[in-house]
Write a protein that binds this ligand. Structure first.
Ligand SMILES: Cc1cc2nc3c(=O)[nH]c(=O)nc-3n(C[C@H](O)[C@H](O)[C@H](O)COP(=O)(O)O)c2cc1C
Length: 281
C-alpha cells in the first residue's frame, strides 16, 4: 500500500459509509489507521488459516490497553476453547452459524465482581451498589470488545460480535461458570476472512453529531434519505415478519429496525442481571 493510496481509501470508504466523501490531508498523521477504521466490516465467513495463540495473546493485550472507567478494569474475556462448550453455545444461537465455524470464539464479559472483591480485601464498604455499577462494567466490556476488533482488523483478521448469546444469558453464564456480578456482554467470532467484506452505510453525521445542543430537526426526512442512500448500495436479503407486516415496497433500514423491535426480545435480561446480584435502582 503506497502512501498515495490512503487518501483514496479514506475518500472511498467515507463515501460508501456516509454518502459523501470526507477527505484527509495527504500528510494526515495516522491516516492508515483511520482508513482501516473507516473500512471496518463484520466478517462471518473465515478461511481455515488458524489464529496463532501468540497473535491472540497480543490482541488480548491490545484490547485490555483500552481506557477503563476510573481504571477499575471491569471487563474479562473468556476464550471458548473446549469444542463441546463451543458446540453447546453454537446450538443455542443456531441462527448465527458462524459461531460454530469461526476459528476462535470469545465471550466478552462485564465484571463488577473484582471491584467488590477489592473493597472486601482492603476492608472498605462498597458504597456504590446501584445501576452505575452495571453500566460501568457493561461500558468497559464494550470498549474492550471494540478495541479487540480494531486490533484484530489491523492484524488482517475479521470479526463478528454476537449479542445473540444474551438470548440465553443464564445458560451461557452457567456453561462458563460466570459468578455473581459477572455477565456476558457479547460473543466474538474471529478468523481470517474467507472473502472481502462490504462497508455498510451508516446514518449521516448530520443525524448523529450535534453541536452545543441536541438537534433532531427534520429527523424523519433524514432517516428516509438514509434509507434510500443505503438501499442504493445494499438491499436486505429478506423482509422481517412478512406475515405480520406484509411486503414493504421500500424496505430500508428504518423499516427493518422498526420490525425488529416490534418483536419482544430478551425481556428476561433484567431478571438475569438482578439474579447476578446487581442492584439496578
Ligand atoms: C454488540 C454487538 C452485537 C452484535 N451481535 C450480532 C449477532 O448476534 N449476530 C451477528 O451476525 N452480528 C452481530 N453484530 C454485528 C452487527 O450486525 C454489525 O456490526 C452491523 O450490522 C453493522 O455491520 P458492520 O459491522 O459490517 O459495519 C453485533 C454487533 C455488535 C456491536
Amino acid at each position: 500500500m503506497t502512501e498515495k493510496e490512503i487518501p483514496v481509501r479514506i475518500a472511498r470508504a467515507t463515501a460508501e459509509r456516509f454518502g459523501a466523501e470526507i477527505t484527509a490531508n495527504p500528510d494526515q498523521a495516522g491516516a492508515d489507521s483511520l482508513a482501516r477504521m473507516l473500512e471496518h466490516c463484520s466478517h462471518r465467513r473465515y478461511s481455515d488459516r488458524p489464529v496463532t495463540p501468540e497473535l491472540l495473546r497480543l490482541l488480548f493485550a491490545c484490547a485490555f490497553s483500552a481506557p477503563s472507567k476510573s481504571d477499575l478494569q471491569q471487563a474479562d474475556i473468556v476464550q471458548v476453547a473446549d469444542p463441546a462448550t463451543r458446540t453447546t453455545i453454537a446450538d443455542l444461537v443456531a441462527d448465527n452459524p458462524w459461531v460454530r465455524t469461526a476459528p476462535v470464539f470469545l465471550i466478552f464479559c462485564g465484571n463488577n465482581r473484582r471491584t467488590r472483591q477489592v473493597a472486601e480485601l482492603r476492608g472498605k464498604p462498597f458504597a456504590n451498589d446501584h445501576l452505575d455499577a452495571f453500566m460501568n462494567s457493561a461500558v468497559d466490556a464494550g470498549i474492550v470488545l471494540a478495541s479487540f476488533i480494531h486490533a484484530a482488523e489491523a492484524a488482517g483478521l475479521g470479526c463478528c460480535p454476537i449479542s445473540s448469546v444474551r438470548n440465553h444469558s443464564q445458560k451461557v453464564s452457567d456453561l462458563l461458570e460466570l459468578p455473581e456480578w459477572v455477565f456476558p456482554l457479547a460473543g466474538l467470532c474471529v478468523g481470517y476472512p474467507a472473502e472481502p467484506g462490504m462497508v455498510t452505510s451508516r446514518l449521516g453525521l448530520d443525524i448523529t453529531v450535534h453541536t452545543d445542543r441536541f438537534d433532531e430537526s427534520n429527523i424523519a426526512d433524514k432517516i428516509t434519505a438514509y434509507d434510500r442512500r443505503r438501499l442504493a448500495r445494499q438491499q436486505y436479503k429478506k423482509q422481517r415478519d412478512v406475515a405480520r407486516f406484509g411486503m414493504a415496497e421500500l424496505y430500508g433500514w428504518s423499516e427493518d429496525k422498526a420490525r425488529q423491535y416490534a418483536k419482544p426480545e430478551r425481556a428476561d435480561f433484567g431478571a438475569f442481571i438482578r439474579g447476578k446480584k446487581f442492584n439496578l435502582g
